[in-house]
Design a protein around this ligand. Structure first.
Ligand SMILES: [Zn+2]
Ligand SMILES: [Zn+2]
Length: 153
C-alpha cells in the first residue's frame, strides 16, 4: 500500500479544511473536524458506519446520521470523495493526491496504488460534447491474495 499522507501533513490538511469551510460559509464545528480527521487518519477508505464508530469513541454525542451528512458535505466541498464501485455502501477517501484503487469484491478491502499513466486520462470526444468531466479515475476490481487463497482451498 502506498503511504501517501504522513502525520504532519494531516494537520496541514485539517487547516485547509477549516479554510475551505470558511470560504463557503460553513461553520467549522468540532463534530465536522472530528469526522474529517477520522476519515483522514483511516487508511481503509471507511464507510460512514466505520467513521461513526471511530468518532463516537471520542465524541459519544455524534449520530450516524450526522456522520453520513457530514461525509457528503466533505465530498461537496471537495476535501474528500466517494470511492467508485457499485453495489456496496459508500466508501470515502480524503487523500486527494492522484492515486488509483483496487477493490477486493470479497473482503471489500480497498488498496491504494499510484500509476502515473492513469493520472491524466484524456476525456473521450464523445463525452466532451455532452458534459463537463470533473473527475475521472481508473478502478480495478477483483480478489486480493488473501481471498484468492481462501477461494482455491
Ligand atoms: Zn479480499
Ligand atoms: Zn484511496
Amino acid at each position: 500500500m502506498v503511504q501517501i499522507t504522513g502525520g504532519s501533513k494531516a494537520d496541514e490538511m485539517i487547516e485547509q479544511f477549516r479554510l475551505r469551510c470558511k470560504e463557503v460559509g460553513l461553520k467549522v464545528t468540532p463534530q465536522r473536524v472530528a469526522i474529517y480527521k477520522a476519515l483522514l487518519e483511516s487508511r481503509e477508505h471507511p464507510s460512514a458506519e466505520s467513521v461513526y464508530r471511530t468518532v463516537s469513541n471520542v465524541m459519544p454525542s455524534v449520530s450516524l446520521d450526522t456522520v453520513n451528512r457530514t461525509l457528503l458535505t466533505l465530498a461537496e466541498l471537495g476535501v474528500a470523495f466517494v470511492v467508485e464501485g457499485t453495489g456496496d455502501v459508500r466508501r470515502y477517501d480524503a487523500i486527494l493526491e492522484d492515486h488509483q484503487h483496487f477493490r477486493c469484491i470479497k473482503c471489500k478491502r480497498i488498496l491504494d496504488f499510484h500509476c502515473d499513466e492513469f493520472d491524466n486520462i484524456e476525456t473521450p470526444e464523445f463525452l466532451k460534447d455532452k458534459c463537463t468531466v470533473l473527475r475521472s479515475s481508473v478502478y480495478f476490481e477483483g480478489l486480493c491474495n488473501d481471498c484468492q487463497g481462501k477461494e482455491s482451498k
